[in-house]
Design a protein around this ligand. Structure first.
Ligand code: BGC
Length: 428
């Protein structure tokens, strides 16, 4: 690699990412109901006060700037903002406005996600994603969110990982709303695309031109048996559906999913054409796919192919797939933002190396002409990890879940060094 390729330009953004439910605390939404129903892996885990970011936000902004971050990704909690259908909570809106202004004062540019997996408790009962009314309720909610962002120069992410929401919530029934139905999944997918389009329009009408996109969980896929044509077909069709169908719909206006026996969609949504200013990529790992001769026909596994050891959560550490993923999104011809990348590392000792190997791939992608403009580490803090509860630790800062004290992990120094020095150095 040439020296210039070891350097990030001055306008490249380093930042950190969080989501409301995982950090704020005190939120009553569909996920809290799911917990009470005992549907988590650890059925007694509760998010509860989370890591109390709702009160400790200033401290957390300081922690972010201390590692050289200049952008801070949050999400707005729909359940706080619209606790009952059509009733917007002015105090919650003001609360968010106050926090966003403070964030700005700390020199952090807000990256604001409107929807990060969770919903108000009424949503699935009254206007679930597979019904067309969902689009209109999301439009109204987005209008309120847009008004919060006046004058902040924020970047907007309408949906975080819509395919994860659909796969987990509509196809496998493992997360709210707990539906397992291929046809409804495709209806919901179509409505999520439409909801993105109307939300982006609301943001634009309120604020003028704002960079708006989605964050997509993108996995590197590989056949479990390299020689098996069915495993290879799964990689092709599954990879296309999971990684690209949504991005592609926002680029071409054509929504296409072709997973015979699982789910298929072929819908033209002309208004979705060219409806994102950037491509948001959340990259964590590689998955091996294996065809099994019974529904849902896919077995999905993480394998330790390189002897690096799986991460604590059981994922393969596969930086090579990051480059492959970034090459793959070049086709959209838009700037790329890494809206999440990180490792669950309880000891804190693997994270600097993880950062190094993954940022190396970002530089390699840039050298190949992929216009990667920003990197947001997941996450600033250890937090509540969805179905896994309090086990995993992704934070640059370790959080003591009893006292809520935040302590730097070794990766803080490394992140700061790269973010402020703009040069990729090997961790000590
Ligand atoms: C999600 C985060 C989550 C992270 C680690 C992403 O899929 O957006 O909310 O905590 O991955 O699992």
């Amino acid at each position: 690699m040439r020296t210039s390729e070891r350097t990030f330009p001055a306008d490249f953004t380093f930042g950190v990412a969080t989501s409301a439910y995982q950090v704020e605390g005190g939120i009553e939404n569909d996920w809290a109901e799911w917990e009470r129903a005992g549907r988590l892996k650890e059925p007694h885990a509760r998010c509860g006060r989370a890591v109390d970011h709702w009160s400790r936000y200033e401290e957390d902004y300081r922690l972010a700037t201390a590692v050289g971050a200049t952008a801070f990704r949050i999400s707005l909690e729909w359940a706080r903002i619209e606790p009952e259908r059509g009733r917007f909570d002015e105090a919650a809106l003001e609360g968010y406005r106050e926090r966003l202004l403070k964030m700005k004062d700390h020199g952090l540019t807000p990256v604001v996600t409107l929807h990060h997996f969770t919903h108000p408790t009424w949503f699935h009962r009254e206007t679930p994603w597979h019904q067309p009314e969902s689009v209109e309720v999301f439009r109204r909610y987005s209008r309120r969110c847009a008004a919060l962002l006046e004058g902040l120069d924020a970047r907007v992410i309408t949906f975080n990982e819509p395919m994860v929401l659909l796969l987990g919530g509509y196809l496998q029934g493992a997360i709210p709303p707990g539906i397992a139905d291929g046809a409804l999944t495709m209806k919901a997918l179509e409505n999520l695309v439409r909801a993105h389009v109307v939300a982006r329009r609301e943001v634009g009408e309120t604020l003028g031109r704002v960079e708006t996109g989605i964050s997509q969980n993108m996995l590197a896929f590989a056949p479990d048996r390299w020689w098996n044509p069915l495993d290879r077909a799964l990689v092709r069709l599954g990879g296309q559906a999971y990684n690209h169908a949504f991005h592609e719909a926002l680029s071409t206006g054509k929504l296409r999913v072709n997973m015979p026996g699982v789910a298929t969609a072929r819908v033209d949504i002309p208004e979705a054409r060219d409806s994102a200013e950037f491509v948001g990529v959340n990259y964590y790992s590689r998955a091996h796919l294996r065809f099994v001769p019974r529904p849902p026909f896919i077995e999905f596994k993480y394998r330790d192919t390189q002897g690096r050891g799986l991460t604590d959560i059981g994922w393969e550490d596969w930086p090579e797939g990051f480059l492959q993923t970034l090459r793959d999104v070049k086709r959209y011809g838009k700037p790329v933002w890494i809206t999440e990348n990180g490792i669950d590392d309880r000891s804190g000792t693997r994270r600097p190396q993880y950062l190094h190997t993954h940022l190396t791939q970002v530089l390699a992608a840039r050298a190949e002409g992929v216009d990667v403009q920003g990197y947001l580490y997941w996450s600033l803090l250890d937090n509540f990890e969805w179905l896994e509860g309090w086990g995993p630790r992704f934070g640059l800062y370790h959080v003591d879940f009893d006292t809520l004290e935040r302590r730097p992990t070794p990766a803080c120094d490394y992140f700061r060094q790269v973010a402020t020095g703009r040069k990729l150095v090997a961790p000590l």
